[in-house]
Design a protein around this ligand. Structure first.
Ligand SMILES: Cc1cc2nc3c(=O)[nH]c(=O)nc-3n(C[C@H](O)[C@H](O)[C@H](O)COP(=O)(O)O)c2cc1C
Length: 204
């Protein structure tokens, strides 16, 4: 077991290593959905046959839809003046609640990709992927996929997570942290860990 000092060192080493949020959408043919992730990225060094990867927490609805549908789309969001409000709207719509509780794509401008997966038309650009494999990491699954379609939808730069947090505001962020707690508890249980840290236990 790591002591507190080591836990702090681990957290500070890994904080900020993935600065670009992505909007991940998917469909299993009957339901479409999406979420926000900080774990998207490339999965190949071959320029003419790109692959992408993304890590999805098992608790999330999107996890099950990618598993059954075998497709996912990774969108990056824009930070230019004409796009940033839409980028924040996308994060709020997809990252703040579960698609199990209602259609999160309903309020967004959405098209249909080559695989049938939803394309967010107000994203900066996207890669659309067919799953080639996955890695089960107990609490989450990393999905890998061949890029079967891609497009640049708008001009400008990529939104980073620091800029996004400052625009999302403290009320939204506080609610997000609260909603995140059951995911952390579920992740602990998937790894056979106690559901709360000893320091989180209520003292009576
Ligand atoms: C900045 C940010 C980063 C996130 N990173 C991930 C991630 O890497 N993997 C993941 O599964 N969820 C991640 N989430 C959480 C999901 O976006 C969120 O729980 C979502 O409501 C899940 O929706 P779903 O149940 O409809 O799939 C992130 C959320 C935010 C705001």
């Amino acid at each position: 077991m790591l002591d507190n000092e080591q836990l702090q060192a681990a957290a500070s080493t890994m904080a900020g290593l993935r600065p670009i949020p992505v909007a991940v959408t998917t469909t299993d043919g009957t339901r479409s959905n999406g979420l926000i992730s900080l774990s998207g990225g490339p999965a190949s060094i071959v320029p003419e046959a790109p692959r992408a990867m993304v890590g999805i927490t098992k608790y999330n609805f999107t996890h099950d839809l990618i598993a059954s549908g075998g497709v996912f789309v990774i969108h990056v969001l824009g930070n230019d003046d004409d796009l940033i409000d839409s980028s924040i709207e996308i994060i709020k719509a997809l990252g703040g609640r579960s698609g199990r509780d209602g259609d999160k794509l309903a309020g967004l401008r959405v098209g249909t990709g080559a695989t049938g997966a939803p394309i967010l038309l107000d994203a900066l650009s996207y890669v659309e992927c067919r799953v080639t494999g996955s890695y089960d990491n107990d609490e989450n699954t990393t999905y890998f996929g061949d890029v079967v379609a891609a497009a640049r939808l708008h001009r400008g730069g990529k939104l980073d997570i620091g800029t996004a947090w400052s625009r999302l505001g403290s009320a939204w962020t506080a609610q997000y942290e609260l909603d995140h707690e059951p995911q952390i508890a579920h992740s602990r249980s998937m790894r056979g860990l106690p559901s709360k840290l000893p320091t989180e236990e209520v003292q009576v």
